[in-house]
Design a protein around this ligand. Structure first.
Ligand code: MTE
Length: 339
């Protein structure tokens, strides 16, 4: 990976545009009349987040996985990946069900109850199943996978996830010949998720949050069901108790707190695609050659241990650097049409 480090004094405003990019994304929903006072954090909360408060405030149900029971699979190309510090991964979040600002989910999801939990896998398959909270961490051999996560807003992280291949789960239910796509849904529970109860806070999204993959994308060995990060169960703000991680796609495909996985015959209508189809496509493969209509996708700001002005602007790679493993899935497709 080509890393373009610049001297600090050479930094231009364009080096830190991701913040403005995400504000632009929020502008989209604001233009639709949402995101008002409800989206403003109290200064006390903001101060806590800055002081690394959440470092010492583990999520409810926080469980440490035994490393002896984990298989370790580092990024296959191992481009000297430097992990994003845990306190950044768990305080800089997109989880609109808990507010559309980056630091709101860490605060507003603290009491999110993940046990009991029910995840159903159903639809076009021979053996539909329902998993409870314990099944999620006990049914499959868990492994640690260090993946890059690239948000469509042009920031990125390197996250040590813990989980298992979605393919393992799908094989259990035996998809039938009508299964062409997989549709995922997040929990709908406005009592627990304030952004679902208050459309302003929740960014104007119609919940539940829905995502989808083509069946072959879902079966790709890279596609992960994550139940933890940094050796512990997922904090609520990162999608507890179980989320999807699709490392070659923009982060919005990696749907959190999943209660339903359904094998379907038609392409699902996904949340962001429905909200702004010209901006967010169904495929959403990371593509530096296909700009978002309102900003460039050529580079990204890697979130590291440094502050906002850390020298960390890097080139964005096609398929987020996972082309060798996934480019064949899109052979013959016009990627600027199927964005
Ligand atoms: N899943 C749900 N249910 N709701 C969301 O708002 N945001 C998505 C994705 N999954 C989102 C979601 C976006 S835009 C990104 S970039 C990633 O989660 C962020 O994951 P992280 O907060 O763990 O970094």
């Amino acid at each position: 990976m080509l890393i373009k480090f610049k001297n600090k004094d050479q930094l231009k405003a364009s080096d830190v545009t991701d913040e403005s990019v995400y504000l632009q994304r929020r502008q989209l929903v604001k233009n639709m009349g949402f995101l008002g006072a409800g989206a403003i954090l109290s200064s006390a909360i903001a101060k806590n987040a800055q002081a690394g408060f959440f470092d010492s405030a583990p999520a409810k149900k926080d469980t440490v996985f035994k490393t002896t029971e984990l298989k370790f699979t580092t990024d296959t190309k191992n481009q000297s990946l430097i992990k994003t510090p845990e306190n950044k991964i768990i305080t800089h979040n997109n989880f609109y069900e808990f507010g559309a600002q980056k630091n709101q989910p860490a605060e507003l999801a603290q009491n999110f109850n993940v046990d009991p939990w029910q995840l159903t896998i159903s639809g076009e398959c021979e053996k539909p199943i329902m998993l409870d909270y314990d099944d999620l961490t006990k049914m499959f051999a868990l492994e640690e996978r260090i993946y890059r996560l690239r948000c469509v807003e042009t920031w990125s992280m390197v996250v040590p996830w813990i989980g298992f291949s979605l393919a393992e789960l799908l094989k259990k239910v035996v998809p039938n010949s009508s299964a062409k796509y997989v549709q995922f849904e997040t929990l709908y529970d406005p009592k627990q998720m304030p952004g679902q109860a208050d459309r302003r806070l929740g960014g104007g999204i119609s919940y539940p949050y829905v995502e989808g993959l083509r069946l072959d994308e879902a079966m790709n060995p890279l596609t992960l069901m994550s139940v933890g990060l940094y050796g512990k169960t997922l904090p609520p703000q990162n999608g507890a108790p179980i989320r999807l991680v699709v490392p070659w796609k923009y982060g919005f495909k990696s749907i959190k707190s999943i209660v339903s996985i359904k094998l379907v015959s038609k392409q699902p209508k996904t949340t962001w695609q429905q909200l702004a189809p010209n901006e967010y496509g169904f495929y959403a493969n990371v593509n530096p050659n296909h700009d978002h209509p309102r900003w460039s996708q050529a580079s990204e700001r890697r979130i590291t241990s440094g502050g906002l002005f850390a020298r960390n602007r890097i080139e964005t790679l096609p398929f987020n650097g996972y082309g060798e493993q996934v480019a064949h899935l899109y052979k013959g497709m016009d990627l600027s049409k199927y964005y």
